[in-house]
Design a protein around this ligand. Structure first.
Ligand code: BES
Ligand code: MN
Ligand code: ZN
Length: 491
């Protein structure tokens, strides 16, 4: 979707579809008020008669309004004015994006950022609007192309605003692109999106972006480094593991980089501890941690943020096989710690612990891993929040704040030492499962054993990474949170 700014008056702009927002129990404002006046009160009469609904996320398409140049007007409801906030604003923009994706028009002019939202400035409103329109406009076509009689997504959208908003526009476009990359990688089937495929996509990305470089480690190099835990996970797969290291230089040599580490299990059968057949297919999304740190990397590089960033992806497939690792195995790790594997389905933490140890060499300003790590996280927080775990209160605050700003929210779970005892075993330095209680936290505790003395946070996105009701697929979360965190880290 091509995105531009245009500050022509909403009543004079020539467009196949003009998009405006209205709220309940409040007078029409901005573009909606202008249209109402130009059309001799037509819009308010349609609202009064109930033909145009101001309810949350309601969409009504009007044709040929007198006094207005636009061919159509899409009126989007935001619900009650006094309860209108950032979350409702974003949902309203998303509703507009989804409507436009499903409609025959392929161009639109969007005037939603004119609505006041809490204390957010015009830049924030426009950026989030561009991001949401692009998000709503995404359609997965790679293995199921659109038929000729199906509506196309928008090819171009203009947004109401002058040149002073061009940075906000560019940021919205960058966020949209990063989120799209993450969703597309997440949605791809596991027979296409293998570890090698992920590495190749990262290579293409690094080549297409400025100030970026890439290194891809294969099995031999990983073995030399002692990444026994990561390699154990991939032992039963015909698709060899990869460790991908993407680097973006936006702050010069002396600045410590932020490091993002992603779980890239391209398919998680559970291994010998095989998962039940119900919804095993969803485990193609088990690389969404990787997909989103790649998407955040793309967004950061496209914005040319003044930070240094390293993105590390542990790409591996978890399969049962004669060569697969088994429950009871004691394996090593790059950090030199031994691990008793009691469940081969707790593989994400094994892949991540070596990726985290590897990342020490970058001397990170902060290191954040992102992973679809535990079913327990879904039980704890459902699908609306990503779980944030860290021993650093300031880092937790920064991440949760970034999530609030980006409307891509996180919620903290504790990582108290008290939980560590659940990982004790007589047979190794630790076991890879902590039993039923607090499964999301004990997974975090496991990782914390490899990140002592680092400024580290773990983000479990098992609930937020995809939606399986209907056909939504990968959500691209938490690209918004991560990108906002990096935006806020510039000096
Ligand atoms: N990828 C799964 C976690 C998962 C499950 C995410 C369902 C989203 C939905 C992870 O590898 C896993 O299997 N975790 C186990 C850990 C357990 C064996 C300690 C789990 O959550 O059941
Ligand atoms: Mn698993
Ligand atoms: Zn997994």
């Amino acid at each position: 979707m091509k995105a531009t700014l245009d500050n022509t008056s909403p009543i004079q702009i020539e467009t196949p579809c003009l998009v405006v927002g209205i709220l309940e129990d409040a007078p029409l404002q901005g573009p909606a008020a202008a249209i109402d006046e130009a059309s001799g009160g037509r819009l308010s009469r349609l609202i009064d008669s109930g033909d145009v609904e101001p309810d949350r996320n309601a969409t009504t398409l009007l044709h040929g309004l007198p006094g207005v140049t636009a061919e159509r007007i899409l009126v989007v409801g935001g619900g009650q004015a006094k309860r209108f906030d950032r979350v409702r604003y974003l949902n309203m923009c998303l509703a507009a994006g989804k409507f436009l994706r499903g409609h025959a028009v392929t161009e639109a002019h969007v005037c939603l950022a004119e609505l006041p939202v809490e204390a957010f400035d015009a830049g924030w409103r426009l950026r989030q609007c561009v991001f949401a329109i692009d998000h709503g406009n995404y359609v997965y076509v790679t293995t199921k192309p659109l038929k000729s009689d199906m509506p196309r997504p928008l090819a171009a959208a203009s947004f109401h605003g002058g040149p002073e908003l061009s940075e906000a526009l560019d940021q919205g476009v960058a966020l949209g692109a990063g989120s799209r990359t993450a969703r597309e990688l997440g949605n791809l089937p596991p027979n296409i999106c293998t570890p090698a495929y992920l590495a190749q996509e990262c290579t293409n990305l690094a080549r297409s972006l400025e100030n970026c470089s890439i290194e891809v480690l294969k099995r031999k190099q990983m073995a030399e480094l002692g990444m026994d835990a990561l390699l154990a996970v991939g032992q039963g797969s015909d698709h060899p593991a990869r460790l991908v290291v993407l680097r973006y230089d936006g702050a010069g040599k002396d600045a410590q980089p932020y490091v993002l580490v992603g779980k890239g299990v391209t398919f998680d059968t559970g291994g010998i501890s095989l998962k039940p057949r119900e919804s095993m297919d969803e485990m193609k999304f088990d690389m969404c941690g990787a997909a989103t740190v790649i998407g955040a990397f793309e967004a950061c590089a496209r914005m040319q943020l003044k930070v240094n960033l390293v993105t590390v992806v542990a790409a591996v497939e978890n399969m049962p096989d004669g060569k697969a690792y088994r429950p009871g195995d004691v394996i090593g790790s790059m950090a030199g710690k031994t691990i008793e594997v009691l469940n081969t389905d707790a593989e994400g933490r094994l892949a991540l612990c070596d990726a985290l140890t590897y990342s020490r060499r970058f001397d990170p300003a902060a290191i954040i891993d992102v992973a679809t790590l535990t079913g327990a996280c879904v039980v704890a927080l459902g699908h609306h929040a990503s779980a944030v775990m860290t021993k650093h209160d300031d880092l937790a605050e920064e991440l949760i704040q970034a999530g609030n700003t980006a409307v891509d929210r996180g919620w903290r779970l504790p990582l108290w030492e008290d939980y560590q005892s659940q990982l004790k075993t007589p047979f190794a330095d630790m076991k890879n499962v902590g039993g039923m209680p607090a499964g999301a936290i004990t997974a975090g505790c496991f990782l914390s054993k490899f990140t002592r003395d680092l400024r580290w946070a773990h983000v479990d996105i098992a609930g937020s990474a995809w939606k399986w009701n209907g056909n939504e697929g990968a959500t691209g979360r938490p690209v918004g949170l991560l990108a906002q965190y990096l935006i806020d880290r510039q000096d």
